[in-house]
Structures are given as structure tokens and as C-alpha cells.
Design a protein around this ligand. Structure first.
Ligand code: AHR
Length: 508
């Protein structure tokens, strides 16, 4: 069966914000320590303790931003504990994640150095749950204030003369849960208060992101939008925050205690995972619809600052460290999410996968024994799709019903697609979620000319295949000869469980 579709190359959709390819790094398990940061005494090549092979791998993704320090950890993080000479920094207990000691050796300066090495914008998640307005306000001053002031002097005393530029600023995290167990209206009041005292210094402009809903809690978004309000006096108006977030994880197992294995799963579980991943469309559309009522001009951004698969931890690892392997199934979860992100480019300004290294749906796994670094199948989807960053979205309209299959009490569409153009190049992404059947797609490319297409494919013999230090290239992209352009039509063959990208020169 061939799926027929149309792309009007001369009808531009909204720009796909590069920040939907964003990342998240929490003080959790081996994400920071052993992942990004190995310390200055390490034998692993590093700069200031930051692992250079990790930096190099992430730079190849054009990583646009990095959210830090949490997550749940953010609401018990006190930034002053993480500045100054490392040996004098106080130790705390990371109560959320494994109850381990946190020595604060990776703090503000280390994080900003990491962002500079990555060429990524920092996204700092401030502490609302157990912090104070003053503490957050002073952190902004410490980071961004030029000239003479108490916090600027403290920063200089710690070796950094110039202020950093910080745009993305989170007002807490999951305020409905680990971030303080607040009601929506309690949190909205707090967000307005905290937001008021996070100042813009010099020409640094904060983009304040309120902690949003859990999954489909649209009432939370409604409360925040109602109370976003316009602050200020006389005719000077401003809003306490510029965006609100939502978190949505892909969960497959029947219960939280039984989320299923990341690698040992059957075909039914695969399909349930795909259904859960595709639900992101409903989640984003639902929040966007609520926001549209209060903000029809779409000036308030929607930020999905945590997403990805969440399986049981690998056997024998600390349950609080959330370490899981990453298979071709995870890659398809990512590709489906990106198709949805591209379709919601008019409201979605950022998305951050959880989490970059060694935690949940990671890009990179590091082996604690050999120190080897493994790029996951999810990493390859980010790499193959990076041309969509800041590109102009193009709609992919179906002319025939796509293949689908029943899964439980719902139906899963098994072919997913999205497209964009940038710098005179078309990029089409196509996923076949079917575990055993191939699919063929024929796209009528109207309103322009496409030349010399090249295709890459990410697939493997089994959905469960994954990369390990002993077999780092088990799942990696290769050239695909199944994409053919003829008479303005692009025919693409999609083997079972595969992800394909097609690029070509575009003239409209
Ligand atoms: O990403 C792991 C955790 O999931 C984060 O700390 C929290 O915000 C979410 O519940």
C-alpha cells in the first residue's frame, strides 16, 4: 500500500524554533557527575573538568540550549552553595535522586562554562519550592549584572568579570508536585511574585518560564493564563512570565512500579509505547487551545521542558539514578515527537528531552568502568533532524488514509511525517512505526522544484537493538537508496521500524 501525500513547497508555515531541539541536565544519577563533569583530576580529556568527548558529540547536534539544574533538584538547589573554591563548597543530600551526597562541585560557573563549550544557551531553572524571592533575584544579578553591585562583585571575586547572558529563566519546576505541592492558583501567585524580582540588567532580557502542567492538566494552564495578567502601574504593562511549561513523559507499563524494560519488550509493548508517544499531539493541542482563549496573538510561549521515555532502570543500577538503555524504539518515540513539534511550531517555542547523558531517554551513555561513550539511537534522530532547527515548516497533507492498526482501545497511525525548508534545502522526515510491515510513501511536491535528493535511514534488524561500548555502531544511520525523485514526485520506501530523512535542493 502506498501512502499519498502533498507538500506545497510555496506555502510557508511557521518557523520551527531551534529550541524545540533543546536538552535537559539535572543533578540526577550520572548525568552531571560522570556524564558531563569528571572533575579536574580526571584522566579523561576534559576542560575544567567538563568531558570533551561529550561536548564534541553534542556540538554535532547543534544543541541549542541546556536546562539545569533540575527537575525536582532545582527546587532544593541553593546556588550560593555552588560558587567559590570547590573544596569549601557545602555538601548536601540529593533527597530526590538516590539520597546521595552532592558536593556542589558543579555549580554556576561550571554550568556556564559548559554552555560556552557547547555553544548552547543556558536555561536556568530557579528554586521556588524551598528558595526565596531574594535568593532567586540575587542569582539573576550574579549572572547578568554588569558594573558594580554586591552580586557582580561576588561574581568577579570568583573569577568572572564579564556578566553572562542568560535568556531562559524557569520559575520553579513541577510546582504541583516535587516543586512545592501547590495548587495552580497558589503557584500562579508565587510565579508573579518571583517573576517580578527577576530583573533585566543592562541589555540582558530574561524570558521567564512559569512551571506548568503535568500532562493533560489543562485546568493548570487555564489558571496560569488567567493570572498571567498585566502587572505594572500607569500605562507601563508587563507580564510576570513569557511562557509556561508542560511535562509529558512516554510511559508504557501498566503502573508506575512496572514501567517495563527499556530493552526487553515485545511487539505489543512497542505499539503501546508508540500510542503513548503519539499522545503528545493531544497534549500540545489541548494546552495551545486553552492558551489561544487568553492569548489569541500567541505571544505567550508553550515550553515542553521535559519529555521522553521513562522505563524501569537497568537491572543492578540505583533505582534513584534513572539509568536506562535506549533502543530503536526510543528513536521512533523521538521522531514522532519531532513531527508533532513541527506541526505546533506556532505555539511551541521550546522542548527539552529528559535527559542528555545517562538519565532516561539519553543522547549519550557513558560506561563507568571503561569510560567509553556510546551514542544512542535517539542521538541519531536529533542529528538527522537538525536541519529542521529554525527552518520554515511545510505542511504534509495526506491524500490517502495512512496505514494504521488497533492498539488496545485506540488506533495507531503507523506512518508519521513532517517537512521544512531552510537555506534553499528541503528536509522531509518519515517514520514507519510498524514492527513488521514496510510502507511506501509518494509525495507530490507542488509549487517548486526539488533536485538531487539524498536520504539517510536509521533502522536495525530488531526494535530492541541498541548501542553498547562493545558494539557502538549497532544502530546508526546509513545512506538509503529507497528515496527516488521523478516528475515532481518523491517516492520513499520505509522498511519496518525505520526512520528516514530526505534532503534536496529547493527552488520555488
Ligand atoms: O526528569 C526526571 C524528573 O521528572 C524531573 O526531576 C522532574 O521534573 C520530573 O518529574
Amino acid at each position: 500500500m502506498t501512502v499519498e501525500a502533498v507538500i506545497n513547497l510555496d506555502i510557508d508555515g511557521p518557523r520551527i524554533n531551534r529550541h524545540v531541539y533543546g536538552h535537559f541536565a539535572e543533578h540526577l544519577g550520572r548525568c552531571i557527575y560522570g556524564g558531563f563533569y569528571v572533575g579536574e583530576d580526571s584522566g579523561i580529556p576534559h576542560e575544567g573538568g567538563i568531558r570533551l568527548d561529550v561536548v564534541e558529540a553534542l556540538r554535532a547536534l547543534d544543541i541549542p540550549n541546556l536546562r539545569w539544574p533540575g527537575g525536582c533538584f532545582a527546587d532544593e538547589y541553593h546556588w550560593r552553595d555552588g560558587i567559590g573554591p570547590r573544596e569549601q563548597r557545602p555538601v548536601m543530600v540529593n533527597t530526590h535522586w538516590g539520597g546521595v551526597e552532592e558536593n556542589n562541585h558543579f555549580g554556576t560557573h561550571e554550568f556556564m562554562a559548559l554552555c560556552e563549550l557547547l555553544g548552547a544557551e543556558p536555561y536556568i531553572s530557579g528554586n521556588v519550592g524551598s528558595g526565596s524571592v531574594r535568593e532567586m533575584s540575587e542569582w539573576v544579578e550574579y549572572l547578568t549584572r554588569d558594573g558594580d553591585s554586591p552580586m557582580a562583585r561576588l561574581r568577579k571575586a570568583n573569577g568572572r568579570d564579564e556578566p553572562w547572558r542568560v535568556r531562559f529563566w524557569g520559575l520553579g519546576n513541577e510546582a504541583w508536585g516535587c516543586g512545592g505541592n501547590m495548587t495552580a492558583s497558589q503557584y500562579a501567585t508565587e510565579a508573579r511574585r518571583y517573576g517580578t524580582y527577576c530583573r533585566d540588567y543592562g541589555d540582558n532580557r530574561l524570558y521567564k518560564i512559569a512551571a506548568g502542567a503535568n500532562g493533560t492538566d489543562y485546568a493548570w494552564t487555564e489558571t496560569l493564563m488567567k493570572q498571567l495578567g498585566h502587572l505594572g502601574c500607569r500605562r507601563v504593562t508587563t507580564t510576570a512570565f513569557h511562557a509556561l511549561s508542560v511535562h509529558h513523559y512516554t510511559l508504557t507499563g501498566p503502573t508506575w512500579e512496572d514501567k517495563g524494560s527499556a530493552t526487553a519488550f515485545d511487539t505489543d509493548e512497542h505499539y503501546r509505547t508508540m500510542v503513548a508517544a503519539a499522545r503528545i499531539e493531544e497534549v500540545l493541542a489541548g494546552h495551545a487551545a486553552v492558551m489561544d482563549c487568553y492569548d489569541p496573538t500567541r505571544s505567550v510561549g508553550l515550553v515542553l521542558d521535559e519529555w521522553g521515555t521513562w522505563f524501569d532502570v537497568e537491572p543492578g543500577t540505583n533505582p534513584g539514578f534513572l539509568y536506562q538503555q535506549n533502543t530503536l524504539r526510543d528513536a521512533l518515540v523521538a521522531s514522532v515527537h519531532f513531527d508533532v513539534f513541527h506541526r505546533h511550531a506556532d505555539r511551541l517555542v521550546m522542548a527539552n528531552i529528559a535527559q542528555t547523558v545517562n538519565v532516561l531517554q539519553a543522547m549519550i551513555l557513558t560506561d563507568p568502568d571503561s569510560n567509553a561513550l556510546v551514542l544512542t539511537p535517539t542521538y541519531h534522530v536529533f542529528r538527522m533532524n537538525r536541519g529542521h532547527q529554525d527552518a520554515t515548516s511545510l505542511r504534509v497533507d495526506l491524500r490517502t488514509a495512512p496505514p494504521s492498526r488497533p492498539v488496545g482501545d485506540t488506533t495507531l497511525t503507523t506512518v508519521s511525517m513532517s517537512a521544512s525548508h531552510k537555506d534553499g534545502r528541503l528536509l522531509v522526515s518519515l517514520s514507519n512505526l510498524d514492527a513488521s510491515s514496510s510502507a511506501d510513501v509518494e509525495i507530490d511536491l507542488r509549487g517548486g522544484t526539488v533536485e538531487a535528493v539524498e536520504a539517510l535511514i536509521l533502522t536495525s534488524a530488531a526494535l530492541q537493538d541498541h548501542n553498547t561500548p562493545g558494539s557502538p555502531g549497532a544502530v546508526e544511520p546509513r545512506l538509503h537508496d529507497g528515496a527516488v525523485l521523478a516528475g515532481g514526485r518523491l517516492r520513499v520506501h520505509l522498511p519496518p521500524h525505520s526512520f528516514v530523512t530526505v534532503t534536496g535542493g529547493l527552488a520555488t
